[in-house]
Write a protein that binds this ligand. Structure first.
Ligand code: ZN
Length: 199
């Protein structure tokens, strides 16, 4: 039996596909949306469509950006020879919030996870190696999470990059195990960065 209108059921179903949104939250959100002014619903729907359509990957560091090159890669005051490898754009944002990191980034969009069947080819590792073969680099800072996947990825990258002679460092532990970088406060992040060790 259909409890709701077909349109509301559809809205609930679509919302429940989002991460962290269970059936109950999806229902709550759907009814909240039904009570929102129509203009606001249009703004919300438009923001989603626009973001998905207009945002693309920086051709250099693969972060999400509006242009071919992101503002960080374009910035001449950033040290383009120091490359911090992060799992996703949210981690990049966490380091940017500290305001203290002057290098650039490389965004992998994931981590190697044999359990989930995510291998090295599923993340932007080839792109990193290609970038390192094209540009000069002094240091690759591996800032993947301290989860099992993050550590596996760090080891893998280190093995790939070290033979090139480029210095490879890993941010210090002290970042809680399994902790997503984006939830860690700025002081802890800075300490992890400053305490990085050569691999
Ligand atoms: Zn970039």
């Amino acid at each position: 039996m259909e409890y709701y209108s077909r349109h509301i059921s559809n809205l609930i179903e679509q919302l429940s596909r989002l991460p962290g949104i269970g059936a109950k939250s999806a229902q709550r959100l759907a009814f909240h949306i039904m009570n929102m002014p129509k203009e606001q619903v249009n703004l919300l729907a438009g923001a989603m469509t626009q973001a998905r359509q207009k945002v693309r990957y920086c051709k250099n560091c693969w972060t999400l950006t509006d242009e071919e090159l992101c503002p960080i890669c374009k910035n001449a005051r950033r040290n383009q020879n120091q490359i911090m490898v992060v799992e996703n754009t949210r981690d990049l944002a966490a380091y940017e919030k500290t305001g203290k990191y002057e290098g650039v980034y490389h965004v992998l969009h994931g981590a190697i996870s044999p359990m989930l069947g995510i291998g090295p080819d599923e993340i932007r590792l080839k792109e990193l190696m290609h970038r390192l073969s094209e540009q000069e680099a002094e240091e690759v800072i591996i800032a993947t999470n301290s989860s099992l996947e993050g550590e596996t990825t760090a080891m893998y990258i280190s093995k790939l990059v070290k033979p090139t002679g480029i210095k490879v460092t890993r941010i210090a532990s002290g970042v809680p195990v399994g902790g997503d970088l984006e939830y860690i406060d700025e002081v802890t992040l800075l300490r992890a960065l400053e305490g990085r060790v050569e691999l």
